[in-house]
Ligand binder design. Sequence first.
Ligand code: ZN
Length: 91
Amino acid sequence: MTECKECGNQSSSQSIFHEIEVTIEENNSNLDGAIRKYLSEEKLEGANQYFCPKCSCKQNANWRIELKYLPKVFQELKIIKIIENKYVEKK
Ligand SMILES: [Zn+2]
């Protein structure tokens, strides 16, 4: 979820699983490191500033995964790991 640093407004991201899949492709040699990266807070600043609906303008914000998403995240990771293993076997 994203939290506006200016007004504290919080919003959930609906594209969270899409973002996770993209990042795993880039880090597919280190899934543990990828998991840790998802759990850490990400700053949305500069070009990545978050558009806050409450402020009606772009603001610096913190983005992080809420705990309630974690079980689903790990399910996704397992599925991706299985697909990767199968792909390796074919080679
Ligand atoms: Zn705001």
